[in-house]
Design a protein around this ligand. Sequence first.
Ligand code: WQD
Length: 363
Amino acid sequence: MHVLVTGGAGYIGSHAALLLLEAGHRVSVFDNLSNSSPEALKRVHQMSGSAPELFVGDLLDADRVTEVLEITKPDAVIHFGGLKAVGESVEKPITYYQNNVVGTLNLITAMESAQVKRLVFSSSATVYAESKELPLVENAQRDASNPYGRTKLHIEQILEDLAVSDPQWSIAILRYFNPVGAHPSGNIGEDPQGIPNNLMPFIAQVAVGRRNEVRVFGTDYPTYDGTGVRDYIHVMDLAQGHLDALGYLNQNTGQYVWNLGTGSGTSVLDVIGAFSRACGRQLPYELVDRRPGDIAEYYGDPTTARLELGWKAERGIEEMARDMWKWQSNNPSGYPDYDLEGIPEDELNKFIRGARESLPETK
Ligand code: WQD
């Protein structure tokens, strides 16, 4: 198949692109490179032996989105492209609704014009209302508590309406729990800009010496050790879930929702413990107050993905920490910080294919 991957140069997108290429699919990537690097795609090419083709553009540029769909005419689209920082979404709701909701509307409009009607959408467990009924099942009540989560919820509802309006569409909505880890080679991984909001990348930066200590947000939660409990899922398991969903859409029209989680929860202190074992030293941490907006615990029930997709998370927290540590220790500052200003797309694709040695780096 030919798959267009929006946000394919990003963290989860690059891992999915790698598995798609290794499975023999042709991959085109649409990415604005605002929070991602062509370096990730170059390494994906080196690891898989096949080069994804990069189309630089923004989902808010409707004409460009239409043009890329016309040029690529993919068999399916996997849509990762979007903003995902909860705290930032509270400060900049308009930016989040524009990028995530309007961007997705531009994408599905262009897909419809190009008669491309297979879509895998990157949703999130944040669409679930806070619930005591754990693990969370797909028909649990939805009620996001922040603008980021609400963009995901609105997009889910748009896609539900689209599927009802036109039964030719095949749509998979994948609700991620907490994606962490990296490809076991340590060549690609999560490279957050600025101070990481999320726990695991912050711990990784403490382990590699970029941060002093981990702050544990709250020790008085009603959980097994008083700290927050989450369903961490290895990015390789998550990426595989996208390929399995794509396979299902090849055989089925309609709209489907699946949780992609392990089905069990791990506390903040246990994540710190796992990472300490992975990096070989006890990582320093400080117990501080709760972070506003956080809930005590949530984890997902992955039963329907297992029954309908044959998908199951295979990797546990020790492997997540081990692989994240390998990525971070191999790449202490993440990907090189390239100055891409004015670099034409064909030069970026030459770089990805290895036909251009290097790109200018910021000072
Ligand atoms: C995990 C736990 C914190 C940082 C977010 C998004 C969600 C999804 C995953 C995209 C919590 C604690 C954290 C730190 C800490 N992203 N923590 N110290 O908040 O569960 O979910 O990322 O879909 O949309 O909301 O993830 O990693 O920020 O927090 O103690 O420095 O770690 O309180 O219990 P979260 P997180």
